[in-house]
Design a protein around this ligand. Structure first.
Ligand code: ADP
Length: 158
C-alpha cells in the first residue's frame, strides 16, 4: 500500500489545498494530511480548529486521513510508513524553499518528495491572502469551502 503524507499549516485550509488533496488521493492508496502544530508561526486558528476544518472539507474522500505532527515531518512520515511527502507548488517563489526542504528531507529521512503543480485557478491562492481579505471584511467565498468561510467570519469578529 502506497502511503503519502501531505504536511502544512493549513491556517486555514483553502480550495488550493483541497485541489492537491483530491488529486493526491487519486495517486496514492492513502493520503495522510499532516497539520503542523507550528506555534512559532503564530497561527490564527488553533490546531484543533485547523484539523476540524480539514476533516469537514475532506470527509467525502475515503482514503484521506487528517492527522497532526510535532517536530520533523520525516519522523512522522517514517512512523506512518509513508513512501513520499506530497507538496503543492504555486509560483516560482515556492520553488527555492521547497527544493531546499525536499533535499534536506531526502538526506535526513531518505524519503522522496512528490510535487503537484497547483490547479491554474488556485495559483494565486494562499492561506495568508485569505486571512488578509477576511480580516478587512472582504468576501472569501470562492477561496475556501463554506465551513471555513463561517469559521473565518467568527474569528474576525473576535
Ligand atoms: P506551509 O506552512 O508548510 O507552507 P501551507 O498550509 O501554507 O503550509 O501549505 C501546505 C502545502 O500546500 C505547501 O506545499 C504549499 O505549497 C501547498 N499549497 C498552498 N496553497 C496552495 C495552492 N493554492 N495550490 C497548490 N498548493 C498549495
Amino acid at each position: 500500500m502506497k502511503i503519502a503524507v501531505y504536511p502544512g499549516s493549513f491556517d486555514p485550509v483553502t480550495n488550493g489545498h483541497l485541489d492537491i488533496i483530491g488529486r493526491g488521493a487519486g495517486l496514492f492508496d492513502k493520503l495522510v494530511v499532516a497539520v503542523a502544530r507550528n506555534p512559532r508561526k503564530k497561527p490564527l486558528f488553533t490546531l484543533e480548529e485547523r484539523i476540524l476544518m480539514l476533516k469537514e472539507s475532506a470527509k467525502r474522500l475515503s482514503n484521506v486521513e487528517i492527522s497532526c505532527f510535532n517536530g520533523l515531518i520525516v519522523d512522522f512520515a517514517c512512523e506512518r510508513q509513508a513512501a513520499a511527502i506530497l507538496r503543492g507548488l504555486r509560483a516560482l517563489s515556492d520553488f527555492e524553499y521547497e527544493f531546499q526542504m525536499a533535499s534536506v528531507n531526502r538526506k535526513i529521512g531518505n524519503i522522496e518528495t512528490v510535487f503537484m503543480m497547483t490547479g491554474n485557478e488556485y495559483a494565486y491562492l494562499s492561506s495568508s491572502a485569505v486571512k488578509e481579505v477576511a480580516s478587512f471584511g472582504g468576501c472569501v467565498k470562492g477561496f475556501v469551502p463554506q465551513n471555513v468561510v463561517r469559521m473565518l467570519m467568527e474569528k474576525c469578529k473576535q
